[in-house]
Design a protein around this ligand. Sequence first.
Ligand code: DC
Length: 222
Amino acid sequence: MSIAIALDGPAGAGKSSIAKRVAKALDYIYVDTGALYRAIGLAASRRGVEPAPSPEVDALLGSITVDLAFNESGEQVVLLDGEDVSGEIRTPEASMTASKISAVPAVRAYLLDLQRSMAKTHNVIMDGRDIGTVVLPDAQVKIFLTASPEARAERRCKELLEKGMDVNYEDVLRDVITRDYNDSHREIAPLKPAEDSVTVDTTELDFEQSVEAIISVIKEHL
Ligand code: DC
């Protein structure tokens, strides 16, 4: 049987960079479920479809393919209709659209099977918002990774500036708080710790300390 590690938590807690490193250390596959929601958000933006429940979103879902794959450098990429959109889905606008479209029940249903099928065939560390509560309720290890909104905004801001984007701390902090609110107040699969999850707070931890904390939780539980 394959092993699943669910890593949930709010935007900017460091889930993806930590999960990538942990996956490498354990030889698991890292699955970035946020990238799937982002790709659907991008598809909606490109076609001028509002990120809200509607027949247009249903039609959109029926006419696109979304998948995760690996490029020649071994990096995970997200494919929208076969096109690598990994760069395009990382802008602040794409983050906000992803957060809105992820509240649409049809979108969550569409991605559920895809996420579960990835965990059936591989040992995975899967990062998202509802992995431990909805997608993989039987995951052997469930971690809720969090940090203060200010610490998360600071890290996100640094990341975006390093990518050459024109952002400032106040805007990023406001976006973090808005996304937290959207993600944890939606009716379907809201962001919340699974009852049997272990919470790790990285506000006072640097990257290496966070990786160590996660690996030790995993070792304790496997
Ligand atoms: O992890 P991320 O910031 O790339 O995710 C983008 C958005 O997708 C986020 O605001 C909430 C949504 N999301 C979700 O609802 N469920 C998941 N499992 C992963 C992401």
